[in-house]
Design a binder for this molecule. Sequence first.
Ligand SMILES: Cc1cc2nc3c(=O)[nH]c(=O)nc-3n(C[C@H](O)[C@H](O)[C@H](O)COP(=O)(O)OP(=O)(O)OC[C@H]3O[C@@H](n4cnc5c(N)ncnc54)[C@H](O)[C@@H]3O)c2cc1C
Length: 419
Amino acid sequence: MRPNRSRRLSPSCSALVVREFDCAVIGAGLAGATLAVGLARCGLRVAAIDARPPASATAGRDIRGLALASSSQRLLVALGLWSGLREHLTPIQRVRVSAQGHYGSTTLRAALMGVPALGYVCAADRLLAALDAALAAAPLLTPFYGTTLHTLAPAADRVALQLSSAAGLEHLSARLIVAADGSHSVVRRHYEIASRQFDYGQTAVVANLDVEHPEPHTAVERFTPDGPCALLPLGGARHVLVRTARSTEAQALLAASPAAFLADVQARFGWRYGRFSGLGSRRAHPLVLHRAQQLVAPRAVLIGNAANTIHPNAAQGLNLALRDVATLLDCLAGTADPGAPAALANYAAQRQPDHERTVNFSHGLARLFTLEVPLVGVGRGLTLAACELLPPLRTALMARLMGWRAPPNDWLRGTHEAN
Ligand SMILES: Cc1cc2nc3c(=O)[nH]c(=O)nc-3n(C[C@H](O)[C@H](O)[C@H](O)COP(=O)(O)OP(=O)(O)OC[C@H]3O[C@@H](n4cnc5c(N)ncnc54)[C@H](O)[C@@H]3O)c2cc1C
């Protein structure tokens, strides 16, 4: 185990203390915090830097339920985080998919795949709290909350960082910088990495509600002309609703009375699940695709939303991000220098095909189910009907949603099982 080190820069600037790390992860959200925990487990000294406060100070703020695929489950098991989350996980055994106003629907079933669950719903704030607890417990890890990246200066063997917080400026150096700072990554901008964007003109309004006749362990995805609406089970009657709206209408949905909002949702899902009630607070998430045009730069690497921010219609964003984490851990394992160009190039090459497939899948789905062109409307119904009638097509869809097309990876194969 290597202790944290700090050094004075030179006699002429004797007051300047620089703390040295192997890796500085900028952004300790769900992807960055998971990576930081993994890097520390690999014996690297890690700084995890985020503008946010610790999760304990923001409990209940992120009301989303996140559908975790089996690839994510395996990584969280390997990092020793899964068992602590167990009481907050709801297995998904069925996904009912349909399109409002069109014939054709399909049901994806775990039993058809011979697995106990297609995925698990985890409350986002519980996952972040578990990650923060792991950040605090790891001896090689230093979390910096309420801290933003101020400046960044890459050199041949290290990157110098200036951090800014209420306490003032702090100086760090690291051999690898990880951009895990989300869709509007400042690290990505600093390295002048271009990002392709596509504004869906949609906003996801998220809320928790009760369903009168819940179908246990069942997620519901309903495609509507405004965008997809989903219900994810949280256990019992409680569900997470994701109601995608045209962005121009999102403000009105947030401001609507609970009764009016519930009536809108009821009209979209119909009465199959009985009356909706018990509406919690509502949060809006504008939906814009961001695709970084490269994944690595000298001594820097992009993961998660900083690399790809995708439409949440297929619940793939975090699952994709955690596959970034698993691959990066694989590529850095055993390297003497975590910023070595060969290791980073290997990461970029391994991640590219999964990024391509997953982004195209969710983007294609978003376009197929919202384009207001008559033949496309017929295509929606046909796609769902075909899924129901052609088991191989349905199986392929389920495999994709479960993250089974993830690249072979030590961290995902279970060879790093937590002790
Ligand atoms: C409505 C909705 C539902 C979703 N549902 C699912 C789902 O069911 N399953 C799934 O797999 N995915 C889902 N996703 C996608 C998932 O939320 C994202 O893929 C995931 O949050 C990406 O995590 P991240 O850590 O890369 O980015 P972020 O969550 O954006 O985290 C970035 C972090 O960086 C920090 N930061 C930013 N700038 C700086 C800076 N300059 N200095 C310091 N810190 C900084 C931020 O504070 C933040 O903590 C959903 C997304 C939405 C919008």
